[in-house]
Design a protein around this ligand. Structure first.
Ligand code: DOR
Ligand code: ZN
Length: 345
């Protein structure tokens, strides 16, 4: 029996598109399915000014194939030199949707991020005043904190004090990976949401390390124990509007992943919708896929849910190419290691 599911066109509330040849190769993979995406600013050099955000948006629109319809929602990379008045101006004009906070050294291209959180307080206060969301990479970077504990420690040491010091600031905890992240969102009703990636619903840390090291499953925050994956699946499929999709699809070419010092990031844009439908079906929650992928994030960001729809059909397993080619080299697609029965028709 064939089944179909129609949902509002999804949005991706956390996406890396990169630039140049990789941008041209990966953008259609997202724009085929998603209407809008929050575009991460961790280019080299990072997108720190309104002028840089406008130029990057133009490059994205230039890379969009004819006939595709997609709206990039731009972000600024928060540094200790970011000017509150500039942030307010670019938000007011509609150019920039949110600001991204990377603790310095936390992940790919985060060297210009924040070391001293007191130094960005004026920007955060201005953002609270104007209702501009802050997207947070929630990991401490202290060398003595175990990499598997960095999210939980960040919540206690940085995020909770920051929220108390700046009431009213709207915060998205990006790509949560722990039970503690889920619990923190659930116990704090005000002005707080969280994105969950596709891959963290599928893999735990064994997938990275058992039977040989698998660089294409390495991302940051790194996948945790199985109990955390199960907490994320429960949150994503719960219908709770504070949890929404941010794929964190993060392309790196194979030589950069398959290396003695491989880059962090899973590229999931191409098969994300099929994987999510499979996961939601496994959890008997297909009726909640629309909320997670298409509705909750728009509501958090104060934007309308898409008036367009996509339709998924269930049938024989669908296959995707294992890699996509870019002018800079191949990028391997995330392998969920399970048959995918749902395709977008
Ligand atoms: O795995 C990740 N890749 N996590 C991040 O926070 C950054 C991203 C990237 O830019 O590659
Ligand atoms: Zn990211």
């Amino acid at each position: 029996m064939s089944r179909t599911l129609t949902i509002p066109r999804p949005d991706d509330w956390h996406l890396h598109l990169r630039d140049g040849a990789v941008l041209r190769a990966v953008l259609p993979e997202t724009a085929r399915y998603f209407g809008r995406a929050i575009i991460m600013p961790n280019l080299v050099p990072p997108v720190v000014t309104g002028a840089q955000a406008a130029a990057y948006r133009d490059r994205i629109m230039d890379a969009l194939p004819d006939g595709m319809n997609f709206t990039p929602l731009m972000t600024l990379y928060l540094t200790e030199d970011t000017d509150p008045a500039d942030v307010a101006a670019v938000h007011g004009s509609g150019l920039v949707t949110a600001v991204k906070l990377y603790p310095a050294g936390a992940t790919t291209n985060s060297a210009s991020g924040v070391r001293d959180f007191d130094r960005v307080r004026p920007v955060l206060e201005k953002m609270a005043e104007i209702g501009m969301p802050l997207c947070v990479h929630g990991e401490v970077t202290d060398a003595e904190i175990d990499i598997f504990d960095r999210e939980a420690v960040f919540i206690d040491r940085v995020l909770d004090p920051l929220r108390r010091a700046t009431p009213g600031l709207r915060i998205v905890m990006e790509h949560i990976t722990t039970q503690q992240g889920v619990e923190y969102v659930k116990s704090n009703a005000e002005n707080l949401g969280a994105t969950i990636t596709t891959h963290h619903l599928v893999i735990n840390r064994n997938h990275i390390l058992v039977g040989g090291i698998k660089p294409h499953y390495y991302c940051l925050p790194v996948a945790k124990r199985e109990e955390h994956r199960l907490a994320l699946r429960a949150a994503a499929t719960s219908g709770d509007a504070r949890f929404f999709l941010g794929t964190d699809s993060a392309p790196h070419t194979d030589p950069n992943k398959e290396s003695a010092c491989g880059c962090a990031g899973c590229f999931t844009a191409t098969n994300t919708i099929s994987i999510l439908a499979e996961v939601f079906e496994q959890e008997d929650a297909l009726d909640r896929l629309a909320g997670f992928a298409s509705e909750h994030g728009a509501r958090f960001y104060g934007l309308p849910v898409s008036a367009e729809t996509i339709t998924l059909s269930r049938g024989d397993p669908v296959t995707y190419p294992p890699k996509i080619d870019t002018g800079d080299g191949p990028v391997t697609l995330f392998d969920p290691q399970m048959p995918l029965h749902w395709r977008v028709v």
